[in-house]
Design a protein around this ligand. Structure first.
Ligand code: ADE
Length: 331
């Protein structure tokens, strides 16, 4: 595929993702506990005429952390400033963001575990005392400037809570775990998205997509769009189970939502290492994949489905993994 057409597909995906993103609390399905706690925090802050505490969301990818930040800013009638730990490499990057904040802004920092210690240390006084300390010049001529920041709420999101330093974590007023959705919630999300996209789906089609979605709205919506493509080409008016199964087969997604790489990871542990334990570095080398990607993308879902276990000596494929892959467990 050419780079241009690949970019066009990405652009289309981003556009639909924005269309499908809920823009009020009532449209946001699931994460009920988080939603109700957030609503109380926001309402109380509004009643007191204050600005809410800084918030931290953690959990696997694609579960709606950015959407929550958007809803928080809407609820507060505030501007949302969006950045990511990946884009805040040098202290000047963060200084530029902080120095441009306006009163009441919500600053969303995605992938907060990618912030380096130097950046975290600029954030501490900004979060705590709304002070920005800037060093100007170098060597003996260096001077420290202090800038007062307007009140703002930092909303940070991470897939790797354990990589955040404890002084950083302790500066958030509330820390929320965003966990996988329930099957019924994913089904509701698919129905809502189908309605927005003007698609008709049979109930069993919704069930198939939901089970293949890894309990993740982003995946559910992506699968819905792929099925829409197949149905379009086949001139189907109603998306049925047949076309869903056909699409999943073409995409090599199995009935648990595992993709080729997930199966390969389990197969390596089983076939090469007798089921494990295998160290993460070894696994990364054999798979030819970055260890961070294995930890962030593959493992959380394999652990959630009970196919993989982590122990102090490495990763272990469970009996369910053998069964799922139709492999025999050696006794
Ligand atoms: N699309 C993505 N996440 C969603 C959610 N939690 N509720 C409704 N639609 C969504």
């Amino acid at each position: 595929m050419s780079k241009d057409s690949n970019n066009a597909i990405k652009k289309e995906d981003i556009q639909t993702e924005t269309m499908l993103r809920p823009d009020c609390w009532d449209d946001y399905i699931g994460q009920e506990k988080v939603k109700s706690n957030l609503k109380i925090m926001l309402e109380a802050a509004k009643k007191r005429g204050e600005f809410p505490d800084h918030l931290l969301f953690y959990g696997p990818q694609g579960l709606g952390k950015t959407t929550l930040a958007t809803l928080i800013s809407k609820e507060l009638g505030a501007n949302l400033r969006v950045t990511s730990g990946v884009n805040l490499e040098k202290s000047g990057d963060l200084v530029a963001v902080l120095a441009n904040l306006e009163k009441g802004d919500v600053l969303f920092i995605d992938e907060a575990h990618r912030l380096n210690r130097m950046i975290e240390e600029i954030l501490y006084p900004a979060m705590e005392a709304r002070k920005l300390y800037i060093t100007v010049g170098k060597g003996p001529a260096a001077r420290m400037l202090t800038l007062d920041l307007p009140p703002f709420t930092l909303v940070a999101a991470t897939t790797r809570l354990n990589l955040l330093s404890s002084p950083f974590r302790s500066r958030f007023g509330a820390i929320f775990n965003i966990d996988y959705y329930g099957l019924d919630e994913i089904e509701k999300i698919i129905s809502r998205s189908a309605q927005i996209l003007g698609l008709k789906l049979s109930d069993d089609a919704i069930g198939i997509l939901a089970r293949a979605s890894r309990f993740t709205p982003r995946n559910a919506n992506r699968l819905l769009k792929r099925v829409r493509d197949f149905a379009e080409v086949k001139n189907l008016e109603v998306i049925n189970a047949g076309i869903c199964n056909h699409t999943m087969e073409s995409l090599e997604i199995d009935n648990l939502g595992l993709e080729k790489y997930d199966r390969k990871l389990l197969e390596i542990i089983i076939k090469k290492y007798d089921g494990g334990p295998v160290g993460l570095n070894t696994l990364a080398a054999v798979l030819g994949e970055d260890r961070g990607i294995i930890e962030e993308v593959y493992e959380p879902f394999l652990i959630k489905t009970g196919l993989l276990q982590k122990s102090s000596s490495g990763r272990i494929a469970t009996a369910d993994a053998y069964e799922h892959l139709n492999l025999e467990l050696k006794s």
